[in-house]
Design a protein around this ligand. Structure first.
Ligand SMILES: [Mg+2]
Length: 207
């Protein structure tokens, strides 16, 4: 089970879009000072993090009064795989493994990213938390996922770059957890946390 953003695809796209581009567009659109716009939006991001609405495009379009899907399309040349991730997925396909994507990404964003990368084709199945109405950070998500996909928590590997998501999977009983510590190539790697850590999925190919 693999996360998408920050595990397979470079989080540099999302961070640029949300932390730089959206506040600028918001400032233009609403005639606010850019610094004020950043402050206002960062506070809102902080408040929303980890909730399903944080990942919901409609919520943000409504709140920001900006077409956030269109902004994703405008910037789509910045969408890309993390180094080695696509090779890793191709290698998985050579083995008899069931490979599923487990993402908090909104389905429309997933489609925009798939148009650029073709990422969906690498998976046997894709589960977005939006279909379950609960983000991966919540136990309800894992119960719903288990209903939909009869996985064994003892023999399933789950890879993600977000601590709170890994903690939630662990609480549910997923035993094999792997943390990606360099989800954004435009930033430094993160401090590794409580899990077995790799900088990126591609490293697994060398082991
Ligand atoms: Mg992620």
């Amino acid at each position: 089970m693999l996360d998408m953003d920050g595990t397979i695809l470079d989080l540099a796209f999302d961070n640029f879009l949300w932390l730089h581009h959206v506040p600028e567009r918001y400032a233009e659109e609403h005639g606010v000072d850019p610094e004020e716009a950043r402050k206002r939006l960062y506070a809102k991001f902080e408040e929303m993090m980890g909730q399903l609405q944080w990942y919901c495009l409609d919520h943000w379009s409504d709140f920001l009064k900006l077409d956030v899907a269109e902004i994703h399309r405008d910037l789509n040349e910045r969408i890309g795989y993390l180094p080695g991730a696509e090779e890793f997925l191709k290698t998985l396909a050579e083995h008899e493994l069931r490979v599923i994507m487990v993402t908090n990404s909104h389905l429309e964003v997933l489609d925009i990213k798939d148009e650029v990368t073709g990422v969906k084709a690498h998976f046997d199945h894709i589960y977005s938390s939006h279909s379950f109405g609960q983000p991966k950070e919540r136990q309800e998500f894992w119960h719903a996922l288990r209903e939909a996909e009869d996985f064994d928590p003892a023999t399933t590997l789950f890879v993600d770059d977000t601590h709170r998501v890994l903690d939630s999977a662990k609480d549910y009983g997923v035993e094999m957890l792997l943390e990606v510590s360099h989800p954004d190539t435009s930033a430094e790697p993160r401090e590794s946390g409580n899990y077995v850590t790799i900088r990126r999925l591609g490293e697994m190919l060398d082991r």
